[in-house]
Design a protein around this ligand. Structure first.
Ligand code: DOR
Length: 444
């Protein structure tokens, strides 16, 4: 009998838009071509998923992979290796590299570097600045561009557009949804004396709730005035969640595993490893961010994977850099929350795959359906593993979750029909390609 499928993922439980149930997945030419019940003889290769759950491939729309310029912390190969080890099938990478990704040349360079060298599919955010504001409508539609990203508060690197006028000049020109780091730079400057040398627990006192809320309120006001769509990255306060509930027509938002899992109570244990922008805060904010997830105000999850070496992190606060690894731990940490009953598996899929595809108009991903890319995150919901630094594939080989036992584990990563990771080992050649976006299709 002629083979119908190149690959058949057989015996698993599919978690999808129509529910959760047994489905085999037939794949040809890197695409899903059929869902149903199929015999092993229909395929050239069978992936046995018995006892496992199959999720649409996880898209992490906020990672920092540091290439070019800061490769001692991470590069596109090591960062994407960490991604697939953690079950992530596509990443959108941030522009605060060196040189900054602010023009066509830098973007094309990253796409070239990533092509078939990265282990997962990829797109790159282009940094919005005062200088390129007039050109963002062209930049955001270039091949491999995820959209425009703006830092309204300074963090790692020099990208910054602090004032309303600068932000308006960018949002007056964007057509796609632009992403924002929302912390009020003016207030950050005023409050710098509140940083206590040697005490990273003063980080969230300096970068306080009002710093985040005020900026997000300014941002939404500007977006409305310009008729623009925005995406507010890494929400860290309950107050922003409440505010954004009234502005879902213009603003989407992201929450991170660390803001949902860690709190300021972890500073004594983790010290500068917990230092992050925007900061992790009191447990009450963590609870309110969970409320935002439960109410559907939070649209998506992103890891904000921001690697710095342990030597760098060991510097005396506030010289210590902000950021922690996260792309590899996103799936296990969130599956552990699923196991503990904090969110459903379908809500996890909505926030990690379907959601990013919907917000950023990804072509052919975010759904296990005929005609879509065969990107799959295969997980064992019952497997109990203790996360350790030794498991972390990043060039910054540490995680704030070292020693944390979790229930639920990524067992396989399939990118466009190819098995890339299986049972903790890298099993395929690197075959990452640029993600395509509906709003960036070339017009005739
Ligand atoms: O803590 C952070 N680190 N927040 C950011 O926004 C940037 C990131 C980095 O690139 O290190």
């Amino acid at each position: 009998m002629p083979q119908t499928y190149d690959v058949l993922v057989k015996g698993g439980t599919l978690v999808n838009h129509d529910g959760i149930g047994p489905r085999d997945i037939g794949i040809r030419g890197g695409k899903i071509i059929a869902l149903g019940t199929f015999g092993a003889e229909t395929a050239g290769k069978v992936i046995d998923a018995t006892g496992l759950h199959i999720l649409p491939g996880v898209i992490d729309s906020q990672v920092h992979f540091r290439e070019p310029g800061l490769e001692h912390k991470e590069d596109l190969e090591s960062g994407s290796r960490a991604a697939v080890m953690g079950g992530v099938t596509a990443v959108f990478e941030m522009p605060n590299t060196n040189p900054l990704t602010t023009g066509e040349t830098e973007l094309a360079d990253k796409v070239r570097r990533g092509h078939h060298r990265m282990h997962c599919d990829f797109a790159f955010w282009v940094g919005g600045t005062r200088e390129n504001a007039h050109a963002v409508a062209e930049l955001e539609r270039l091949p491999g561009a995820a959209g425009i990203k703006v830092f309204m508060g300074s963090s790692t690197g020099s990208l910054l557009v602090a004032d309303d006028e600068g932000v308006a000049s960018i949002l007056g020109n964007t057509r796609r949804r632009a992403a924002f780091h929302s912390e009020d730079e003016f207030r950050l400057e005023e409050r710098k004396p509140l940083r206590v040398p040697g005490d990273p627990a003063s980080h969230h006192v300096w970068r306080d709730v009002e710093t985040a809320l005020r900026c997000t309120q300014r941002l939404v006001r500007i977006a409305r005035a310009q008729g623009a769509r925005i995406h507010v990255l890494h929400i860290s306060t309950g107050e922003e969640m409440t505010f954004l509930a009234g502005h879902k027509d213009v603003a989407s938002c992201e929450v991170t595993p660390h803001h949902l899992t860690l709190s300021a109570e972890d500073y004594p244990r983790l010290g500068t490893r917990l230092q992050m922008n925007p900061p992790v805060r009191e447990p009450s904010h963590r609870e309110q961010i969970w409320q935002g997830v439960a109410q559907g105000i939070a649209d998506i999850l992103g890891s904000d994977h921001a690697p710095h070496t342990l030597e760098e992190k060991a510097k005396f606060y506030p010289q210590s850099p902000s950021g922690m690894t996260g792309v590899q731990t996103l799936v296990p940490i969130m599956l552990d929350h699923v196991a503990n009953g904090r969110l459903s598996l379908q809500r996890f899929v909505d926030m990690s795959s379907a959601g990013p595809a919907r917000l950023f108009q990804v072509a052919g991903k975010g759904r296990v359906a005929a005609g879509y890319d065969a990107d799959l995150t295969i997980v064992d919901l019952k497997r109990q593993v203790t996360i350790t630094d030794a498991w972390i594939a990043s060039r910054a080989p540490w995680t704030p979750y070292d020693g944390k036992p979790v229930t639920g584990w990524p067992v396989g990563t399939i990118v466009r029909g190819r098995r890339v990771m299986w049972d903790g080992a890298l099993v395929g050649p690197s075959s990452g390609e640029a993600v395509r976006f509906l709003e960036a299709f070339p017009r005739r």
